[in-house]
Design a protein around this ligand. Structure first.
Ligand code: IPM
Ligand code: MN
Length: 359
């Protein structure tokens, strides 16, 4: 449902800049398992490998939860990221003043939140060796967190580069007080910083205390650099800041083409009811436009989302008090309705476009 809205907005944005975009829909995750038995079938793989960008919908649902690990929807997602080599997952988190009431965090604490989680995406415990076995009649399982210095170096560079175009501050998050893999992480991040990015400020934090600080003082963060598992956890936690995980977009970059997907999952409890928040998916479309070089279109989409929110188009995850929530389609239509005006405001460096450009 949310992907449909994102594609409608993307289509309109491409049309506005005169680019004849072609959308090639492919099955993936649960839908693909139902049709082919596999979460990431070859036809989908070929299409992704040949595309300029992949816009991804969420993949899971209770009907596929009991499958063996290799056939689960999540496995398809990991294979897609690995196949395209997208080792860097960028998850920006931003506060919208108009959603202040929606957040579980006090409005003075979330005011001005504008942070970026840079999550390593094709390594760590997600891709290390894992197994379950029986020893002396007892079931034992292990999952190993592995990082090479090459993997750490390249994700660190993504975070430092991002910081240069933002507020110049990186906090690298690990568990170096306990884990060997984190001690290497910390050492390599510090080396890259000293050699190549001395102009950026770097600090290190432990995953536990950083999680706390992210709730207590979220506005103090600029770029958070972290490993696959820690980034998965922190980015969902960060979803509580703007009020709903449904607001968060993401991009997966560094590979043969980018993958753009909202941070949220498939929300099986509300699937098909028209309640889902499409803004995260639409904002993922803005990230896609930006990475393809259509920065003005990207800005216009973000502006149009901001205006739809300002005008009160809040889905049920965002609506508070006596205000009736809007449906997925109504929220998407509100963005579309604001898009051409938003394009008008992106030319000539108006105040509005300057605000949007910082998003
Ligand atoms: C995410 C999701 C995925 C992940 C799951 C569905 C495999 O939670 O993109 O954050 O853990 O990476
Ligand atoms: Mn997640």
């Amino acid at each position: 449902e949310v992907t449909e809205q994102a594609v409608a907005v993307l289509g309109a944005a491409f049309e506005a800049i005169g680019i004849p975009a072609r959308f090639d829909w492919r099955i993936f995750g649960g839908a693909a398992i139902d049709e082919t038995g596999e979460p990431f079938p070859a036809t989908t793989r070929e299409a992704c490998l040949g595309a300029d960008a992949v816009l991804l919908g969420a993949v899971g649902g209770s009907s596929w939860d009991d499958l063996e690990p290799a056939r689960r929807p999540e496995r398809g997602l990991l294979e897609l990221r690995n196949t395209l080599g997208t080792f860097a997952n960028l998850r920006p988190v931003q506060q919208y003043a108009t959603l202040a009431d929606a957040s579980a965090i006090r409005s003075d604490a979330i005011a001005g939140v504008d942070l970026l989680v840079v999550r390593e995406l094709t390594g760590g415990i997600y891709f290390g060796p894992g197994r379950e076995f029986v020893s002396e009649g007892e079931r034992i399982a292990e999952s190993v967190m592995v990082y090479s210095e090459t993997e750490i170096r390249r994700i660190a560079r993504v975070a430092f580069e991002a910081a240069r175009s933002r507020r110049g501050r990186v906090v690298s998050v690990d568990k170096a007080n306990v884990l060997d893999v984190s001690r290497l992480w910390r050492a390599v991040v510090s080396e890259v910083h000293a050699r190549e990015y001395a102009d950026v400020s770097l600090s290190h934090g432990y995953i536990d205390s950083t999680a706390m600080r992210l709730v207590q003082d979220p506005a103090s963060f600029d770029v958070i650099l972290t490993a696959n598992l820690f980034g998965d956890i922190l980015s969902d936690l960060a979803g509580a800041l703007p009020g709903s995980l449904g607001m968060l977009p993401s991009s997966c970059i560094g590979g043969s083409c980018g993958i753009y997907e909202p941070v949220h999952g498939s929300a099986p409890d509300i699937a098909g009811t028209g309640k889902a928040n499409p803004y995260g998916a639409i904002l993922s479309g803005a990230m896609l436009l930006n990475d393809l070089g259509h920065t003005r279109a990207a800005t216009a989409v973000r502006l149009a989302v901001g205006r739809a929110l300002d005008a009160g188009y809040h889905t049920s995850d965002l609506a508070r008090g006596s205000k009736a929530p809007v449906s997925t389609a109504e929220a998407g239509s509100a963005v579309l309705a604001n898009l051409s005006d938003a394009f008008g405001d992106t030319s000539g460096g108006s105040k509005a476009s300057k605000i949007a450009a910082t998003h």
